[in-house]
Design a protein around this ligand. Structure first.
Ligand SMILES: Nc1ncnc2c1ncn2[C@@H]1O[C@H](COP(=O)(O)OP(=O)(O)OP(=O)(O)O)[C@@H](O)[C@H]1O
Ligand SMILES: Nc1nc2c(ncn2[C@@H]2O[C@H](COP(=O)(O)O)[C@@H](O)[C@H]2O)c(=O)[nH]1
Length: 213
């Protein structure tokens, strides 16, 4: 029987950004369902819950005054105003997961990604998801049927501005076919996990190899 060699490594932070409706939530759910080493960062937001959204699973929903408290106590790793609401990443769960060697998935906008990139450096791997066309994007937002016409129109009006940040990301994936898109994101995650600089156990392993073990 072949022995499986596990090399110790640091956890990584995988960020997905896109214009609203391009498919981040869909891709995230599917990755999480089949990957035990990956945990989702659950954001805090002042947005009202959509039908079916669960407190503590989809978001921590809160009043602006409570969101401000998190900012003042430095309990958010990053935060931003997106489409008239505030969103932020609670610091403690991320630090705990990274310390346990888990990888963490973030569904955040370009402002949050810029803040995390400054703070976390090489631990961050960022992917920008593009829709196949503007028409497809609008259709997805309408078919999702969870936001009012006004909200959909507002998000569409911001899509071009969001997309203008594509070149700030490590990878860009087009979500035309969901299976292919998911496979590409999975391949990026797999490759980043075996990046030499992340594998803290490699030095000892190689030294032992060279000593004849
Ligand atoms: N490749 C695809 N083809 C067709 N529909 C898709 C595809 N990917 C996602 N969708 C659908 O598009 C809608 C929007 O997807 P999703 O909610 O994942 O987007 P999002 O990027 O998370 O949006 P937001 O930023 O608003 O949270 C959903 O109804 C989803 O089922
Ligand atoms: N900077 C951050 N952006 C976030 C965070 N959580 C979500 N988001 C982004 O907000 C928009 C809208 O999300 P929705 O759930 O209301 O459709 C989307 O682009 C998310 O990526 C966060 O913690 N920080």
């Amino acid at each position: 029987m072949t022995e499986t060699i596990e090399i110790e490594r640091r956890g990584l932070m995988l960020v997905l950004s896109s214009p609203s409706g391009a498919g981040k939530t869909t891709i995230s759910r599917s990755l999480l369902a089949e990957d035990d080493e990956l945990a989702m960062s659950v954001s805090a937001t002042t947005r009202a819950p959509r039908p079916g959204e669960v407190e503590g699973k989809d978001y921590y929903f809160m009043e602006p005054v409570d969101f401000n408290l998190l900012i003042n106590r430095d309990e958010l790793l990053e935060h931003a105003k997106v489409f008239d609401n505030y969103y932020g990443t609670p610091r403690e769960p991320v630090e705990r997961a990274l310390a346990a060697g888990k990888d963490i998935l973030f569904d955040i906008d370009w402002q949050g990604t810029q803040q995390l990139a400054q703070k976390m450096g090489d631990d961050l791997v960022s992917i920008f998801i593009l829709p196949p066309s503007t028409q497809a994007l609008e259709k997805r937002l309408k078919t999702r049927a969870q936001d009012s016409d006004e909200v959909v129109a507002r998000r569409m009006s911001k899509a071009s501005e969001e997309i203008s940040h594509w070149a700030e990301y490590d990878y860009v994936v087009i979500n035309d076919d969901i299976n292919r898109c998911r496979a590409e994101v999975k391949a990026i995650l797999q490759a980043e996990r075996v990046r030499r600089t992340r594998r803290t156990g490699l030095l000892t392993f190689v030294e032992q190899l060279r000593e004849g073990y």
